[in-house]
Design a protein around this ligand. Structure first.
Ligand SMILES: *Cc1c(COP(=O)(O)O)cnc(C)c1O
Length: 398
């Protein structure tokens, strides 16, 4: 029996089946490349849902991890550590926010944003039990609160009762959002482009209109850039495409440089000041190992101009995909190296296309049944992208 089969059997025996992975067992990774236990090499075009913008095991990030591991790793926030401040300073400087609150996973960052905005609304507007407007087909994580306002039945089925205080409106429709505003509304929370929904790019001007609504009604604009942030869409943050800034931002995934879970809520002094000692916390949030890794992850983005690379290579990639003129493809969507290829329903699901790509040595994953998401590490070169396009062509042309 091949090692792949053995490992998958073991996992099926001892683990929950809350995922349906492609049948490949990875054991090594470097840059854009991964190897499986049977010695096959693949190009990683999923990047752990954009956690690997800097590539697998970036030497500078691994060095930061190892150096820090030799000093001190976890302190808890009961004490200060000498890494967190430098990391958060870098994060604030790059993002333009004055304050940040470190957590670990994306879902925790989202929860932190919701808590902050609820408390801000109570303190500044006197609104108790305020409501936050969210978008249909959103994805903000898997906690009870995050699934409470999901419009995907499968994410919720059997998991109630749910957290109240959310109103769902269609994505990309500012008029629908305005119509949903009531005296109880305290904010809106959106992905500036939806990832899990299938790489959905809202109409141009949407975020600007949402920003204007938030200003008019004195509501908080929360953006979740856990997936779209850190260069993925060809800007450091996706909101820059529309020349606006949110009041509160959730970041994660690539903030951990592909090696460690690091997330954060970013905002201004006014919002962040609602948290007093004891209000909120996380045992691992802001730990020195994660802080050293997060700082290195940000430095790599800058040093290697990964944001600009994403913009130029992403445009090239989408142009080449369009030129293929595949009869299977309904639509190609994207910004930077955040690209979705939607397969026509009459041509079947996206999954078999991903399985064929895997056989050709290219790993990607379908999202929402019909869409193949192509989100390679931003360290990919043009030559490597051309190599990937050759393989994609074999699958997308009959
Ligand atoms: C992945 C993701 C999350 C959740 O992050 P976890 O680290 O899995 O908790 C939240 N929001 C968006 C937009 C994401 O893509």
């Amino acid at each position: 029996m091949h090692q792949t089969e053995k490992t998958i059997n073991l996992v099926n025996e001892v683990s929950a089946t809350n995922y349906k992975p492609l049948p490949v067992v990875l054991s090594e990774g470097e840059g854009i490349w991964v190897k499986d236990v049977d010695g096959n090499t693949y190009m990683d075009m999923l990047s752990a849902y954009s956690s690997l913008n800097q590539g697998h095991r970036h030497p500078k990030i691994i060095k930061a991890l190892k150096d820090q591991a030799d000093k001190i790793t976890i302190t808890s926030r009961a004490f200060h550590n000498d890494q967190m401040g430098d990391f958060l300073k870098k994060l604030c400087d790059m993002s333009g926010f004055s304050k940040s609150l470190p957590m670990n996973t994306g879902a925790e960052a989202v929860e932190t944003c919701i808590k902050a905005v609820r408390k801000w609304a109570l303190k500044t507007k006197g609104i108790e039990d305020g409501e936050i407007i969210v978008a249909r087909d959103n994805f903000h994580g898997r906690t009870i609160t995050a699934i409470s306002f999901s419009s995907e039945p499968q994410y919720r089925e059997g998991f109630g009762p749910f957290t109240p205080g959310f109103v769902i409106v269609p994505y990309g429709d500012a008029a629908a959002m305005e119509a949903a505003i009531t005296p109880k509304t305290i904010g809106v929370m959106l992905e500036p482009a939806q990832g899990e929904a299938g790489v959905i790019i809202p109409p141009k001007g949407y975020l600007k209109e949402v920003r204007a609504l938030c200003d008019k009604h004195k509501m908080m604009m929360i953006l979740d850039e856990i997936q779209t942030g850190f260069g993925r869409t060809g800007k450091l943050f996706c909101f820059e495409h529309e020349g606006i800034r949110p009041d509160v931002l959730a970041v994660g995934k690539a903030l951990g440089g592909g090696v460690y879970p690091v997330s954060a809520m970013l905002s201004n002094d006014e919002v962040m000041s609602v948290f007093r000692p004891g209000d909120h916390g996380s045992t691992f949030g802001g730990n020195p190992l994660g802080a050293a890794v997060g700082k290195a992850a940000l430095e790599v983005l800058e040093d290697e101009n990964l944001v600009e690379k994403s913009a130029t290579l992403g445009q090239f990639f989408m142009d080449e995909l369009a030129k293929m003129n595949s009869p299977y493809v309904k639509e190609i969507r994207g910004m930077g190296l955040f690209v979705g290829v939607e397969i026509k329903e009459e041509c079947g699901l996206a999954r078999p296309f991903c399985e064929k790509l895997m056989e050709l040595g290219l790993l990607c994953k379908e999202t929402h049944h019909q869409t193949i998401r192509f989100t390679p590490p931003l360290v990919i070169t043009k030559e490597e992208l051309i190599d990937a396009l050759e393989k994609i062509k074999k699958v997308l042309l009959p």
